[in-house]
Design a protein around this ligand. Structure first.
Ligand SMILES: [Zn+2]
Length: 139
């Protein structure tokens, strides 16, 4: 089977033979839609997800540990339940970690669209309107 060259849906610039295959289900019927993606965009998608987790865990963990260390070395013992305090501290660090993680992810997506943009692909949209739903998507 030969695939024809298609313009990458994510950058609208590069011709590509590659694509993300989206499996669709409509009761007992199955269908597939291939959303063209060039290797450059595909790389950016992979890198952006890795970067997100790296930044997210980096900030959440080091922030939390630094916080614990500061409390530990302070002379007065913290007031209240240690477990609740732990949850509170984790929450304090998860929010900025999430924001910075998303920013890091977006910065590595320059010149392309995020992977979830594949949902906007016209052929996929048409299938969804027919009543299909997404089974699973794989690259
Ligand atoms: Zn592309």
């Amino acid at each position: 089977m030969t695939k024809t060259d298609l313009t990458c849906w994510f950058c609208q610039q590069t011709q590509s033979k590659d694509g993300y295959t989206v499996e669709l289900v409509n009761h007992n019927q199955r269908a597939q839609v291939v959303v063209p993606v060039c290797s450059d965009c595909k790389n950016k998608h992979t890198i952006s997800i890795k970067r997100f987790f790296l930044v997210f865990y980096g900030i959440a963990c080091s922030g939390f540990l630094a916080h614990v260390a500061v409390l530990f070395f302070r002379e007065s013992a913290p007031v209240g339940s240690g477990v609740l305090l732990g949850y509170g501290m984790a929450l304090i660090w998860i929010i900025p970690a999430l924001i910075l993680g998303i920013l890091a992810m977006l910065s590595s997506l320059k010149g392309t669209k995020p992977q979830r943009y594949l949902l906007q692909y016209p052929a996929l949209q048409a299938r969804l309107k027919e009543g299909y739903s997404i089974g699973k998507s794989k690259s």
